[in-house]
Design a protein around this ligand. Structure first.
Ligand code: PEP
Ligand code: MN
Length: 337
């Protein structure tokens, strides 16, 4: 539940409520907004309900949170969260484009891609160093060498970088190079990994699982935020349906729905959603139109030679063209780019 404090309540009054919650073994999550101070109480419902909140000084009202996810819900926080990654902001007016190859392959590939990404206006660079592949015989990524090349590409361009962490044992290593940690679709419900990234400071991009509901995605985000890391960005990347013409089925309805349910930013990954380079431009425009906070797309200097996901990667010129189109559309939709 949420304990809403009166306007002008003192720090001591807020602390008294927090102390009461701790006494019954509950967690207190303080949100001091511009207008309202709210304390989210998370723990055993029955024990919390024994506290006579309304009799405590400074308390205005007590409101139950009906959804199973609490901290990430808009019941808990009405205003949308803005997640900062270096100079780039997700969840504000700007529509952010994250671009880069599926996998880091070489210095030449990474630096060329990063420069093209930057030149056309991307806000962030992507590239996988640890790749979660269906086949153990497929290219698994360059590992730490790949992380070093990402850091080099950041130095060359100033773009912050996001890369996937697939295992709890790699969290510290990946966080020492990356500006944002990606939790891939296959790990969306790896609860130990979620708790681990929840305990460190770098923002997290959480991708929707292949067969997960919106509620399950928000519950997964709750694990990260509950750990103390409020910097979470969600990513719709297509879900499994009976349709086989595309790699997955992009659930664009998820975007406005998540905007109602959660204050977290959400972006779209049309590359993994479709598996087809020719569908990236129309679905990127669709993502902008339905109110996504950005997109993440795969681009490559020579998609035919890519070690991973070439068929869904845009050539650098195609990407630059798409960026021009998005830039001309954005103002009509009240967005900046
Ligand atoms: C990726 O973005 O590199 C990736 C592997 O995507 P997903 O986890 O959505 O399949
Ligand atoms: Mn990929």
């Amino acid at each position: 539940m949420m304990i809403v404090m009166r306007d002008g309540s003192s720090d001591e009054q807020v602390q008294a409520v927090i102390d009461k919650l701790h006494e019954v073994g509950a967690e207190a999550h303080l949100s001091r907004g511009e207008f309202k101070t709210i304390i989210g109480a998370i723990g055993d419902r029955e024990r919390i309900s024994l506290i006579p909140f309304e009799a405590l000084n400074g308390v205005d009202s007590v409101v139950p949170i009906m959804k199973p996810y609490k901290l990430v819900s808009r019941e808990f926080q009405q205003e949308y969260s803005v997640v900062k990654v270096g100079p780039t902001e997700f969840g504000g007016e700007s529509f952010v484009v994250i671009a880069g190859p599926c996998a880091v392959e070489s210095e030449e590939q990474m630096v060329a891609t990063a420069k093209a990404a930057r030149a056309a206006g991307a806000g962030m660079l992507r590239g996988g160093a640890f790749k979660p592949r269906t086949s153990p015989y497929s290219f698994q990524g360059m590992g730490e060498e790949g992380l070093k090349l990402l850091a080099l590409a950041r130095e060359e361009t100033g773009l912050p970088v996001v890369t996937e962490v697939v295992d709890v044992r790699h969290v510290e290593l990946v966080a020492s190079y990356a500006d944002m940690l990606q939790i891939g679709a296959r790990n969306m419900q790896n609860f130990l990994l979620l708790a681990e990234v929840g305990m460190q400071e770098k923002p997290v991009m959480l991708k929707r699982g292949l067969s997960n509901t919106i509620e399950e995605m928000l519950m997964a985000a709750e694990y990260v935020v509950r750990g103390g890391n409020a910097g979470v960005i969600l990513c719709e990347r297509g879900i499994r349906t009976f349709e086989t013409a595309t790699r997955n089925t992009l659930d664009l309805s998820c975007i406005p729905l998540v905007k109602e349910l959660s204050h977290l930013p959400i972006i779209v990954d049309p590359s993994h959603a479709t598996g087809k380079h020719e569908l990236i431009a129309p679905l990127s425009k669709g993502a902008l139109a339905v109110g996504a906070d950005g997109i993440m797309i795969e681009i490559h200097p020579d998609p035919r030679a890519a070690l991973c996901d070439g068929p869904q990667s845009l050539r650098l010129e195609e990407y630059a063209l798409l960026m021009d189109e998005l830039r001309s559309l954005a103002p009509a939709l009240g967005r900046k780019m």
